[in-house]
Design a binder for this molecule. Structure first.
Ligand code: MV4
Length: 453
């Protein structure tokens, strides 16, 4: 078996640069694709070749399947890495790559389909004996069925979209009289956002933590997990800070959640790397939530504590190599935290694109910055506002926190607004420092701040 000679990266920004770095280390040539407004972007400068695939709008460039496949064909690329977002979880794209004789670096189209059908994934896991939050068995096809299920499990309940993500089509329902309206609102929202109005229902778990497990599967029956990440610090369903291990984790907890994750991956005959997301309630009960069938933004925290390069692993798995680790060899060491730095107003979280007039990045012991920005580059307004990820590693959580505070202080970014001041505030909050938080943390600290004014 051989690795690929050349890979096309069907993405932009920091993840495109991250993939180029892995390819370089593996001796693989790289092809960047870019839109009209990204000629001067770093992924274009760092790749061995670059192909313009269309105008600024994502729909006509980074989401343009025929354009990307043509670029792969004219450059003799053997494989395509989709990064995250864009076409990374599009089963049609994975299939179209295969049809064109190009390896899609990711899971099988069938794996992507299950990941995108959250009601079905839940049903599969429930039947396999993996704990799920009490709720519907598969989709709720009518408001009447939703009411029947809700009465059985008790209020509050949460209605979620089968095709969901990003909180769209999601409704918390506190009492019986609100269910009918919420059901139709959620259905309409899901239909508008995803072209699919299918819904499912779960008991609402207050004070939940979002904890996910990185898994790796080689399609030969070998599945291992690389430990958990705690992604509970979210705002409007956008993760802002992630860490590994979870502050609530123990060896026993990791073994348990890890075994659930491996079982979930085996249940759908998963291959390549992926993430199993769980809800953990305040008593530590673990429930399957969903499967993410891509490399995730927060993958570096797992890399920092395991020493494993997840992008290289993705590439090797896609080329057909078996996993070269045994579960017992995976021992997370120390603690890692990531802050997502967005080009946004830190108070109101509205985008702040524009020219970066001066840039100086943090460094030093235990600090990693994944970014595609440079002094003089203009942040385009067309794409998501993530401009850098700062990832720290320390021997324990305390050291990781002190390194993150230092790194945040070292950043100098002039010309645009960023969320760095927001992160600095979080890193002084006593509950965050104690590791005592849940997915409601940011709303809570915001409300208490407003309450004082
Ligand atoms: C939940 C939940 C409570 N119970 N599921 C799912 C996606 C993630 N971004 C938030 N999700 C939640 N799922 C059950 N069974 C609470 C959340 C949740 C949330 C839901 C609605 C509005 C705001 C929220 C903020 C954090 C977490």
């Amino acid at each position: 078996m051989e690795l690929f000679k050349k890979i096309l990266i069907a993405n932009r920004g920091e993840i495109a640069v991250r993939v180029i770095r892995a390819c370089r280390e593996l001796g693989i040539k790289t092809v960047a694709v870019y839109s009209d407004v990204e000629k001067e972007s770093l992924h274009v400068k760092l790749a061995d070749e670059a192909v313009c695939i269309g105008p600024a709008s994502s729909a006509q460039s980074y989401l343009n399947i025929p354009g990307i496949l043509s670029a792969a064909e004219i450059t003799d690329s053997e494989a395509v890495h989709p990064g995250y977002g864009f076409l990374s979880e599009n089963p049609h794209f994975a299939e179209a790559c295969a049809t064109s004789g190009i390896t899609f670096i990711g899971p099988a189209p069938e794996n992507i389909r299950v990941g995108g059908d959250k009601a079905k994934a839940r049903q599969i896991m429930k039947r396999r004996g993996i704990p799920v939050v009490p709720g519907s068995d598969g989709p709720v096809i009518s408001e009447e069925l939703a009411m029947k299920v809700a009465k059985k499990i008790g209020f509050p309940v949460i209605i979620k979209a089968s095709a969901g993500g990003g909180g769209r089509g999601m409704r918390i329902v506190n009492e019986e009289k609100d269910l009918e309206h919420a059901f139709y609102m959620a259905q309409r929202e899901a239909l508008t956002a995803f072209g699919n109005g299918e819904l499912y229902l779960e008991q609402y778990i207050p004070e939940m933590r979002h904890i996910e497990v990185q898994i790796m599967a080689d399609g030969r029956g070998n599945v291992i997990h690389l430990g958990e990440r705690d992604c509970s610090i979210q705002r409007r369903h956008q993760k802002l800070i992630e860490e590994a291990p979870s502050p609530i984790s123990t060896e026993k907890f990791r073994k348990k959640i890890g075994e659930f994750a491996v079982k979930a991956a085996k249940a759908i005959k998963y291959r390549n790397i992926g993430t199993i997301e769980f809800i953990v309630d305040k008593d530590g009960n673990i429930y399957f939530m969903e499967i993410n069938t891509r490399i995730q933004v927060e993958h570096p925290v797992t890399e920092m504590v395991t020493g494993i390069d997840l992008i290289k692993e993705q590439i090797k798995l896609a080329a057909g190599f078996p996993i070269e680790y045994k579960q017992h060899q995976i021992k997370p060491s120390g603690h890692s935290i990531e802050c997502r730095i967005n080009a946004e107003d830190p108070e109101r979280f509205i985008p702040s694109p524009g020219k970066i007039t001066f840039l100086s990045l943090p460094g030093g012991p235990g600090v990693r910055v994944d970014t595609a920005v440079y002094s003089g580059w203009t942040v385009p307004l067309y794409y998501d506002s993530l401009i850098a990820k700062v990832i720290v590693h320390g021997k324990n959580r305390e050291e990781a926190i002190s390194r993150m505070k230092r790194a945040l202080d070292e950043f100098i970014i002039e010309g645009i607004k960023t969320t760095i001041p927001f992160h600095k505030k979080v890193f002084t909050h006593p509950d965050f420092l104690k590791g005592e938080f849940d997915t409601g943390f940011l709303e809570k600290i915001n409300n208490s701040r407003e309450g004082k004014q």
